[in-house]
Write a protein of this length. Structure first.
Length: 606
């Protein structure tokens, strides 16, 4: 008995080491503030107990709210620690799963640590998102299934697996991709289940209990929180939110320019995300598992195919045309990485066994030799990737939002498009009360009648002359005309679908924003230049080498470069070539990759 206790203690010490190492790495590199992506919206919903975008993410929102109450640093950092905690614990669960399968603590530690330092997994562990929690729940589900398969008489483990499956669906619906592998395990133990039919009934009931966090959504919506997507007030509204009908059920995105492209390119991106060392060990591990633990081999194959290649194929994201498309897609690689990680342990054991067979006289244990080599790889990955992964000094989203609110006149209307631009403003206004006197309108949401109703309730002084925006019969000109006494700004672009403002209004560049002015208003170019010089001097654009060009940070950098380019264009039109050159060069100094400014400068030289 004492030997078993010591062995169990060693296993827990191993788990504590890998969890502690991952937690320390993630803590040091975690974002201290809001960053681009869904993070500002999710933090806003968690802090205010609101409802974020479909499917509502109630489990994340409730747990995130608890983290927001911790007396540790600023609010965004508290929520970012939620991501750190979830993925550090995920690494620990992977360790336990790999150890249960291989009975090797060293191999299990290698598998867990290689997952922890995977650049994609590491990057998505540093800011508040729903995916770290999804990783944790998926890892727990896999662990419970592996445990129950080995000991089917432990009914409580299967019940826990069903509960986690239901709970997972209230956080992120991609956990359903593990359902075929889940059913495979049940089929493997069908003889046991036939003799215990009551167990399946209990499991199904427990699965339904796991879905209860969805009851949070109508409760929260009834309290009219600041961020309340969908204004859920009926079962029909709730089902529409869960089914993501506003995005198109079964589609990852609805934006036209993100759709299409090569499915092979997406699958290649998924495979590359594993890295050469972890990927090779996983492949070898799959061969070893096929020989040693055939059921787990097929379980992993089924889970990986559905969570990996099949899913990225049906997402239909075009990686070729939009730089940020890979940024959007990468987070969905994480589930496949969690599925594959335990196979790495099989690979480590396999290589150690081959070394023992062909070099039996080594003075060191082959398993320790392989483990040492893998740990060197882990350290190398950390050293080489630390700077690019580190988000602890990333204040790009905050400074952009502060610069926007410093530009806008009090009492104005601000129309915003694009998540990278809109969501930092949403957080700063709704959580930190910045720019409270600005009526912030998410232009893409005007297509939804619930959003129009919500705006009317919250802003009685705002006139919306339609129940749903459609860019044609119900367009921006109608909106601007109805609010002619208000100052209206636009952040971003209104797109090509709505050109209704062109005939009667013109966008006057005012710092980072475009001021909607009637064409009848006369404003000299020199006046506009002088005003923009003053406003742009107050801005704090990020250094070009500090941004992730494949993320929404690039949209923010373009926003900083655009005013100079736009003024340069106006100068070119007026024949002021030397002045135009100065502004184009200023735009390129902010964003060296801003092609329109470079092309305009080239045309100017010729």
């Amino acid at each position: 008995m004492s030997i078993l206790v010591r062995r169990d203690a060693k296993t827990w010490v191993g788990a504590a080491v890998v969890v502690g190492a991952a937690a320390l790495l993630y803590f040091l590199t975690a974002a201290r503030d809001i960053v681009v992506g869904d993070t500002p919206e999710l933090i806003t919903a968690a802090v205010t107990l609101g409802v974020p975008h479909p499917p509502g993410y109630p489990l994340f929102t409730m747990l995130g709210h608890l983290f927001s109450l911790m007396p540790v640093g600023p609010i965004p950092f508290r929520l970012n620690l939620f991501a750190v905690t979830c993925d550090a614990l995920t690494v620990g669960i992977v360790y336990f799963t790999a150890f249960r399968l291989t009975r090797s603590r060293l191999a299990a530690a290698v598998a867990a640590l290689l997952l922890a330092v995977n650049p994609v997994f590491w990057a998505w562990s540093l800011a508040s998102e729903v995916f770290p929690l999804n990783n944790l729940l998926a890892a727990l589900l896999i662990y419970f299934l592996v445990t129950w398969h080995a000991q089917p008489e432990r009914s409580g483990v299967l019940i826990a697996a069903f509960f986690i499956a239901g709970l997972g669906l209230t956080n992120h619906q991609t956990i359903v991709l593990l359902a075929p592998a889940f059913c495979f395990v049940l089929w493997q133990r069908r003889a046991f289940l036939r003799t215990h039919p009551q167990l399946l009934v209990i499991c199904i009931a427990t699965f339904c209990v796991g879905l209860l966090p969805y009851a949070y959504v109508p409760w929260a919506s009834s309290h009219h929180p600041l961020h309340n997507w969908g204004n859920v007030s009926s079962v029909r509204d709730l089902l529409a939110l869960i089914a993501r009908r506003s995005y198109g059920t079964g589609r990852l995105v609805s934006t036209a320019n993100y759709i299409g492209g090569s499915a092979i390119a997406r699958i290649v991106a998924l495979v590359v995300s594993f890295g050469p060392v972890a990927g090779t060990l996983a492949l070898l591990g799959a061969l070893a598992a096929c020989r040693r633990t055939r059921w787990y081999f097929w379980f992993s194959v089924i889970a990986f195919v559905f969570a990996g290649p099949l899913f990225v194929w049906i997402t239909n994201l075009n990686l070729a045309t939009v730089p940020s498309a890979l940024f959007v897609l990468q987070r969905f690689f994480l589930l496949a990485q969690v599925v594959v990680a335990p196979l790495i342990a099989f690979g480590v054991v396999m290589i150690a066994q081959l070394i023992a067979r062909y070099a039996p006289a080594l003075p060191i244990s082959p398993l320790r030799l392989v483990t040492g080599a893998c740990l060197i790889v882990v350290i190398a990955i950390v050293l080489m990737g630390y700077r690019s992964a580190d988000q602890s000094r990333n204040f790009i989203a905050r400074r952009f939002g502060e610069d926007v609110f410093a530009t806008i006149e009090p009492g104005s209307i601000l129309l915003v498009t694009g998540d990278g631009i809109a969501l930092p403003l949403l957080y700063l206004q709704q959580v930190e009360r910045m720019g409270e006197d600005t009526t912030l309108i998410m232009l893409p949401l005007l297509w939804a009648d619930w959003y129009v109703r919500q705006l009317r309730e919250r802003h009685p002084d705002l006139v919306i002359p339609f129940n749903r925006y459609d860019a044609r019969s119900n367009n921006l000109k109608m909106f601007v005309d109805a609010n002619e006494r208000r100052t209206i700004y636009i952040a971003g672009t209104t797109g090509n679908d709505d050109r209704s403002l062109d005939a009667s209004y013109w966008p006057c560049q005012r710092g980072l924003l475009m001021l909607v002015e009637p064409r009848s208003k006369d404003l000299s170019l020199q006046e506009m230049i002088e005003e923009n010089k003053r406003l742009l001097e107050q801005n704090r654009p990020p250094p070009p080498d500090a941004i992730r060009t494949d993320s929404f940070e690039n949209d923010i950098l373009i926003m900083y470069a655009w005013p100079a380019f736009r003024i340069g264009t106006d100068c070119t039109r007026m024949g002021l070539k030397s002045e135009a050159r100065i502004w184009y060069e200023r735009a390129l100094a902010i964003n060296p990759h801003f092609a329109p400014a470079r092309e305009a400068l080239t045309r100017l030289e010729h």
